[in-house]
Design a protein. Structure first.
Length: 137
């Protein structure tokens, strides 16, 4: 049985300790009104939206499914999952992860502009970018 990267990251997140995770999910960052739980939810929503958008583009084919756009969607999905996992673990480097996630989500939202079928993904990525920017501070 071959483990998928997501399974390994999820297992690592669970192994990080339930107490730290619970504390991370309920505490707010100093100077911010956003809880890590809200950011985690936004990260998973963006992850899901990007994967679904990439699958939709691949199925549809044509010029909208350029290799660069699909790669951006998949890269965004990956960093969103990694940022959510860092927050769940209350990782000391979650600020770095969230900063990178915010930048890639902004880039992904821009890559989705101009395609009416990707507007929901763009909006979800913008929301995640804003949440991660708060967590990166």
């Amino acid at each position: 049985m071959q483990l998928q990267r997501r399974d390994i990251l999820s297992a690592a997140a669970l192994a990080g300790g339930a107490a730290a995770s619970a504390q991370a999910q309920t505490a707010t960052r100093p100077g911010s009104d956003m809880s890590p739980t809200a950011c985690i939810d936004d990260c998973w929503a963006a992850h899901r939206a990007c994967v679904q958008a990439a699958q939709s583009l691949a199925a549809r084919g044509g010029g909208g499914a350029s290799a660069g756009r699909v790669a951006t969607l998949m890269d965004c999905a990956e960093i969103c999952a990694a940022a959510a996992n860092a927050l769940l673990r209350n990782s000391p480097t979650h600020g770095l992860m969230c900063g990178g996630c915010a930048r890639l989500c902004d880039a992904c939202a821009k890559a989705c502009e101009g395609d009416p079928t990707l507007q929901a993904c763009a909006q979800t990525c913008r929301r995640c970018a804003a949440s991660c920017q708060h967590m990166a501070m």
